[in-house]
Write a protein that binds this ligand. Structure first.
Ligand code: HPA
Length: 264
C-alpha cells in the first residue's frame, strides 16, 4: 500500500469521504466549488504517477462540496503518456484504502452523433475498450477476472439523470469508446466507432473504470463533448480545441455533480 494512504488519512482528520471525483482535461474548475481545501500534487504522494499533459494539474484536493466531504483527483495520467494502462492504479487503490465507495469520472471526448454537439454533457452508460490494453494485465489473483456487465452503476446514473433534470440541463447518454491516443482518430476510425455502437471517443477513463470495479468501487462517468469526431466537421483536431471547449460543458457537468453530491 502506498505511503500516500497515511499522509492523506492524516490530512482528512475527522472527514470520512465516501465519494471521489476524477476531473479530466480542462475540467479542473470544479475544484473552485470546494471549501476547506487541502492540496497535494501527485509528485509529493509516494507511488502516484507524474504525467505531463497541459490542462491536467495532477493533484489531489481534499475538501467539501456543500456539506459533503470529497476527494478530487484534478487531472489524471493517461495510458499514452508512458504506455502504462495501470498508471492510475496507485491513486485509485489509495482512494479505496481511504474508504471511498463511489467514484465519479469525467473526461473530454469527441462526439460521434449530430445529436450530441460540442458543449454537451454525456452520461456514459457503457464502454468499448478498443485499445487492446487492460490495466489488470499482470495482476495474478483471480480478482483480475473482474465482471463488467454493470460497470457503470445504475443507481448513480439515475442520480445523475435526476440532478440534470432538476437543473434543466440536457444530459445525453451513450457508449464511450477508448482509443489509446495520443494522436486523434482518423475519419475511417470514427466511422468504424459509430458502426460498432459508440457515441463518443476518448483517450481515458476506461482503464480507471476497470481498476475501480476491480477495487470494488461504484462508478459513474460523464463526458464533456469538446468536438465532433474526426471527419465530421471542417478543420483539424487538436488539444487546444479540447482545452478551449471543455469548460463550456464543464460548467454544466460541475453544476450536475454539485447537485448530486453536494446536496445529496
Ligand atoms: N478523440 C479522442 N479523444 C478526445 C477527442 C476526440 O475527438 N476529443 C477530446 N478528447
Amino acid at each position: 500500500m502506498s505511503e500516500a494512504v497515511p499522509m492523506l488519512r492524516e490530512a482528512l482528520g475527522n472527514l470520512k469521504p465516501r465519494t471521489a471525483l476524477v476531473l479530466g482535461s480542462g475540467l479542473g474548475g470544479l475544484t473552485d466549488a470546494l471549501s476547506d481545501t487541502q492540496h497535494f500534487v501527485f509528485s509529493e504522494l509516494p507511488g502516484f504517477p507524474v504525467g505531463a499533459v497541459s490542462g491536467h494539474e495532477g493533484s489531489v484536493v481534499i475538501g467539501k462540496l456543500g456539506e459533503t466531504p470529497v476527494i478530487v483527483l484534478s487531472g489524471r495520467v493517461h495510458y499514452y503518456e508512458k504506455g502504462d494502462a495501470a498508471a492510475m492504479r496507485v491513486p485509485l487503490e489509495t482512494l479505496a484504502a481511504l474508504g471511498i465507495e463511489e467514484l465519479f469520472l469525467t473526461n473530454a471526448a469527441g462526439s460521434l452523433s449530430q445529436d450530441i454537439p460540442p458543449g454537451s454533457v454525456m452520461l456514459i452508460t457503457d464502454h468499448i475498450n478498443y485499445s487492446g490494453m487492460n490495466p489488470l494485465i499482470g495482476e495474478t489473483t483471480d480478482r483480475r477476472f473482474t465482471g463488467m456487465s454493470q460497470a457503470y452503476d445504475p443507481g448513480l446514473a439515475d442520480a445523475m439523470r435526476r440532478a440534470a433534470h432538476d437543473l434543466d440541463i440536457a444530459l445525453a447518454e451513450g457508449v464511450y469508446m477508448w482509443f489509446s491516443g495520443p494522436s486523434f482518430e482518423t475519419p475511417a476510425e470514427i466511422r468504424m466507432a459509430r458502426t460498432l455502437g459508440a457515441d463518443a471517443v476518448g483517450m481515458s477513463t476506461v482503464p480507471e473504470v476497470i481498476l475501480a470495479r476491480f477495487l470494488g468501487l461504484k462508478v459513474a462517468a460523464a463526458s464533456v463533448i469538446t468536438n465532433f469526431g474526426a471527419g465530421m466537421s471542417q478543420g483539424e483536431l487538436g488539444h487546444e480545441e479540447t482545452k478551449e471547449m471543455a469548460p463550456i460543458g464543464g460548467r454544466k457537468l460541475a453544476a450536475i455533480v454539485k447537485r448530486m453530491i453536494g446536496e445529496g
